[in-house]
Design a protein around this ligand. Structure first.
Ligand SMILES: [Zn+2]
Length: 384
């Protein structure tokens, strides 16, 4: 098993790269590539379209199939958060390692990298693949171009373990995420004569209210206890509009998302919102401003994940962790995409999702030790 000091050193290096999703991850990827090179492992980079980011795919051992260990290198912003110590400097206090990304999910990547000497030291009957991606945190997984190459010029793992922070619990399903942007176009007017304008913010407020109403309607119908909450959810996360208090605003745009249960039919929601606007809002708006409009566009979508019964990946993760039950989660991962690409997938990794996006993010040393043991047992299973 890899030593704890090697692991902590690797994690400190990974945390030191500010890989907030909006920034480049190339320095981190270069570090990982160098590290793997040093252990005689070559890797393939799959760059993003603009070349500012890259995914990495590396294989240890030979043959078809194998087990993929997948982690995303990006992390969420620290903007507006109050940290007790520098977010990009790994700091240990009371058996916990603090730093941005320690839990989500550089801790897992560090465990995988620290185990490379172990993977190299045995004859494997099936290869181990290391997969590092980007842009997972912005619901636009950067692993898509990489997954598109899996099974063509990149090997196709038989099983993929996505090491998101599950406290080493076995996760066999997650919700789907759809992100939308709705734009209201009204008409500007001096605020002393509001009836000459169409107030886009007021219209947006009614649409937001309708989204909340539809969410409550869906929540009342669904009850899948494998998930918490046991229903599809919708929420508005960002809004912008207006230029000054004395101007009736012409435009207002807001972004919202739906997190739906696997198999839930939510495609009608944007249409239902458009129908609500056409019936209850637009007629009055267009009397004042014929060009008034309400438009909703889909921005991104991450597929749900639902492992089939007798999933190889789920069975493997249960055997390695000793778990006797599985659960579902409400955050999305790359598991749905890998499963669609024909790789049996499971989500299982160190750290608690509760700490993932918060200030003073940490991963408990005990969790990393459990992950190292997991990788140790995996190696033993793959030994020829
Ligand atoms: Zn994550």
């Amino acid at each position: 098993m890899a030593t704890q000091s090697a692991l902590v050193e690797l994690l400190a290096r990974l945390v030191g790269f500010d890989t907030t999703s909006a920034k480049s991850n190339l320095d981190l990827i270069a570090f990982v590539q160098d590290y793997l090179d040093g252990h005689g492992v070559t890797s393939t980079l799959v760059p993003s379209e603009d070349g500012k980011k890259a995914c990495l795919f590396a294989t240890i051992g030979e043959g078809a199939g194998g087990v993929g260990l997948s982690g995303h290198s990006d992390c969420v912003p620290v903007t507006g958060q109050k940290w007790a110590s520098g977010p990009f400097t790994l700091t240990e206090r009371d058996g916990k390692l603090y730093g941005r990304g320690t839990c989500d999910m550089k801790g897992f990547i560090a465990c995988v990298l620290a185990s490379v000497p172990l993977f190299k030291s045995v004859a494997l009957k099936e290869p181990i693949h290391i997969i590092i991606s980007y842009d997972e945190e912005v619901a636009a997984p950067g692993c898509r171009p990489l997954i598109a190459r899996v099974g063509t010029d990149l090997p196709q793992p038989r099983v993929v373990i996505i090491g998101e922070p599950t406290s080493m619990q076995v996760i066999d399903g997650h919700k789907r995420i759809d992100v939308y942007r709705t734009t209201v176009t009204g008409k500007e007017a001096h605020s002393s004569l509001p009836s000459l304008g169409v107030n886009a913010i007021s219209v947006a407020a009614k649409l937001v209210d309708e989204i909340d109403r539809m969410a409550a309607e869906i929540a009342a119908k669904e009850n899948d206890l494998h998930f918490e909450p046991p229903c599809s959810t919708m929420s508005v996360g960002m809004i912008e509009g207006g230029t000054a208090p004395n101007i009736v605003p012409k435009t207002c745009a807001f972004r919202w998302q739906i997190r739906s249960l696997p198999g839930a039919e939510i495609g009608h929601v944007p249409e239902a919102l458009a129908a609500f606007a056409a019936r209850d809002l637009l007629p009055a708006m267009r009397k004042v401003a014929p060009a008034a409009a309400v438009e909703t566009e889909s921005q991104t979508s991450v597929p749900a994940f639902s492992a089939p019964p007798q999933s190889e990946a789920v069975n493997l993760a249960m055997a390695l962790t000793g778990a006797n039950r599985t659960s579902g989660v409400s955050y999305a991962t790359e598991a749905g995409l890998f499963e669609q690409a024909g790789c049996s997938s499971v989500v299982c990794g160190p750290g608690d999702i509760a700490q993932a996006h918060a200030a003073d993010e940490f991963v408990a040393v005990a969790q990393l030790e459990a992950c190292l043991k997991f990788l140790d047992d995996l190696t033993a299973r793959l030994r020829a």
